[in-house]
Design a protein around this ligand. Structure first.
Ligand code: 5GP
Ligand code: ZN
Length: 111
């Protein structure tokens, strides 16, 4: 996707602070962190929202779930705990239309 912010980050056209990468996903620090640890996990394949997922994406989404665990271990929050969030659409306050999983930990802010 030419004009997708996260596709540009994955390609390296826009700089980001990488936390983890493999053949399916890229994980980087949120530019506006809402917790001491705030990492975004994005699939390298462009998928706009959860509503656009296809049955073929099942393994990819499972891989993202396993990546949350990996990020938690890398960031030292596996034991203390963390929150994972997928926002979807307008009411879900999704700002960037490329699926991403927020991993928040360290000390969650009060809502
Ligand atoms: P959403 O509201 O779509 O679920 O979350 C998008 C997230 O992307 C926000 O937390 C926002 O701070 C983050 N973000 C937006 N633009 C950039 C950017 O250019 N670089 C990084 N690292 N994060 C971004
Ligand atoms: Zn994209």
């Amino acid at each position: 996707m030419e004009d997708c912010l996260f596709c540009k980050i994955i390609k390296g056209d826009i700089p980001s602070t990488k936390v983890y990468e493999d053949e399916l996903v890229y994980a980087f620090r949120d530019i506006n962190p809402r917790a001491p640890v705030h990492v975004l996990i994005v699939p390298k394949k462009h998928i706009s929202t959860l509503n656009d997922l296809q049955p073929d994406d099942e393994l990819l989404m499972g891989h993202i779930a396993l990546t949350t665990k990996k990020i938690a271990e890398l960031e030292g929050i596996a034991e203390s705990g963390y929150r994972t969030i997928f926002n979807c659409g307008k009411d879900g306050r999704q700002m960037v239309m490329h699926i991403h999983c927020h991993v928040l930990g360290g000390k969650l802010l009060h809502e």
